[in-house]
Design a protein around this ligand. Structure first.
Ligand code: HEM
Length: 131
């Protein structure tokens, strides 16, 4: 699949990014084990929420106004989950897009992951040594 890459420019692009990323997540045993019991098959709802989340962050659409941090507090997450999540997210962005907003997406994901880890008391050291 040889596509000419461009930047993330509109909500259709965000939808593509989100769909491709969560396809990887669902095919990843480590991450799927966390998502499956919570999502319970309602992937359509979750994907729509995630499109709203990312379009708000990257395109300022103001469609998402909830608090993602609190949703992650009850989840049992380790450094391995975060490393895998970030790895798959960066991989998805790089496979499909190139440009300033694509770079911003990766930066925002990493910084939110760092905040989540700090809130959950998970050490950041291993992630700092990667990339
Ligand atoms: C260890 C990595 C992660 C795992 C396993 C994970 C897992 C999950 C799960 C299971 C949910 C559904 C929660 C629920 O409906 O109760 C969720 C929601 C969500 N996640 Fe994550 N997540 C991870 C990292 C991240 C990161 C880094 C971001 C942001 C860049 C993020 C953004 C969100 C958002 C926006 C929601 C929707 C919250 C809402 O309902 O408003 N997640 N995540």
């Amino acid at each position: 699949m040889e596509e000419k890459r461009k930047d993330i420019e509109n909500e259709t692009d965000v939808e593509l990014l989100v769909n491709r990323f969560y396809t990887k997540v669902r095919n990843d045993a480590l991450l799927d084990a966390v998502f499956a019991p919570v999502i319970k098959g309602n992937w359509d709802t979750h994907l729509k929420l995630m499109v709203d989340f990312w379009s708000t962050l990257l395109l300022y659409t103001r469609k998402y106004n909830a608090d993602p941090l609190s949703k992650h507090l009850p989840l049992e997450l380790s450094i391995a989950h975060f490393d895998r999540w970030i790895h798959l997210f960066n991989e998805t962005v790089d496979e499909s897009f190139v440009g300033e907003i694509a770079e911003n997406a990766k930066k925002r994901a990493l910084s939110i992951a760092r905040i989540m880890k700090a809130v959950k008391g998970i050490s950041d050291v291993e992630v700092d040594n990667q990339s």
